[in-house]
Design a protein around this ligand. Structure first.
Ligand code: NAG
Ligand code: NAG
Ligand code: NAG
Ligand code: NAG
Ligand code: NAG
Length: 243
């Protein structure tokens, strides 16, 4: 049955390639008679996750973990699967630097793998899909359910994530074209399945790290890719009044 799928797939590719070749050769003169077939669905371009993560960010630390654990192959394979796709939450290098309390340094290789898998959902979600996801939270991640699930809430277009240990938000959309979504998050996501449910209360002395970075233009970045522009401007007003 795999064979027949491959045949169907490759013949679809042939079909899709032909009009593309036309389009590239004769870009300016529109010849409607030459395109009798119903408009073919645009093929999503192949996304090389390594390439994407090396130029965006800086996401060097996350990328290094992806490569050292070989999870990059798992994620790339899922990204290649255009039926499901993938959604990855990527912490910036700073987020790893700021991670002091539960250290990642003494995790076993298996725990590290699970921690990296915990940063992805085995399906493509646009930012506007998170309204629905918040209704069905907790949501299983690539690492599993239960202690590896994440809670989502959508507050006026801003997507908040909660793992118990890590409360953070999507601070920008790096890439969001079906089947691959990559969203930058402010913190490393720590699963209860590894760090336990004995979660220390959030340290009060920290001078509100959540609200300060919110000003560095997250809203404009978040709007890209999401169809829900109207939600963003009230959100700015809300955060403004909270400060
Ligand atoms: C993806 O990009 C990386 C880095 O440029 C490269 O080493 C790798 O071969 C690429 N993978 C594929 C499947 O093209
Ligand atoms: C993903 O697809 C690309 C392009 O078709 C291919 O080169 C690469 O080997 C695939 N990677 C995985 C992990 O399936
Ligand atoms: C990791 O190290 C910290 C202190 O350095 C310790 O409290 C913790 O129990 C260790 N975790 C594991 C899984 O060994
Ligand atoms: C959200 O959920 C509603 C009802 O549960 C459904 O009709 C709608 O298609 C969903 N939207 C998305 C984007 O999944
Ligand atoms: C996630 O949501 C569920 C259901 O609302 C709740 O029982 C659970 O405590 C939440 N988990 C976290 C870490 O907030």
């Amino acid at each position: 049955m795999k064979c027949s799928m491959i045949i169907v797939f490759s013949s679809t590719l042939l079909f899709l390639c032909a009009p593309l070749a036309y389009a590239q050769k004769g870009a300016s003169p529109p010849a409607p008679t030459l395109t009798p077939s119903p408009a073919p669905a645009p093929t999503p371009p192949y996304v090389n996750l390594t390439d994407l993560l090396s130029v965006a960010g800086p996401f060097k630390t996350f990328l290094n973990y992806l490569e050292s654990t070989k999870i990059i192959d798992t994620f790339q394979n899922q990204a290649n699967n255009t039926d499901e796709g993938i959604t990855i939450f990527v912490p910036k290098d700073d987020a790893f630097k700021n991670l002091k309390k539960p250290s990642l340094s003494n995790l076993t290789q298996d725990q590290l793998k699970q921690l990296i898998l915990f940063h992805a959902l085995p399906h493509y979600y646009s930012l506007s899909d998170f309204k629905n996801l918040s209704k069905v939270s907790p949501v299983s991640t690539f690492a599993g359910a239960g202690g590896y699930a994440l809670n989502f809430t959508d507050t006026s277009g801003t997507v908040h994530l909660d793992s118990g240990w890590s409360k953070t938000k999507v601070s920008s959309s790096v890439h969001s074209t079906d089947p691959v979504a990559i969203y930058q998050v402010d913190r490393v996501l720590l699963p209860e399945a590894i760090f336990g449910t004995d979660i220390p209360p959030t340290p009060a002395p920290a001078p509100a790290p959540e609200t300060a970075p919110a000003a560095d233009s997250p809203s404009s970045a978040v709007t890209t890719g999401a169809g829900s522009a109207p939600g963003t401007s009230p959100q700015i007003l809300l955060t403004g009044s909270m400060v």
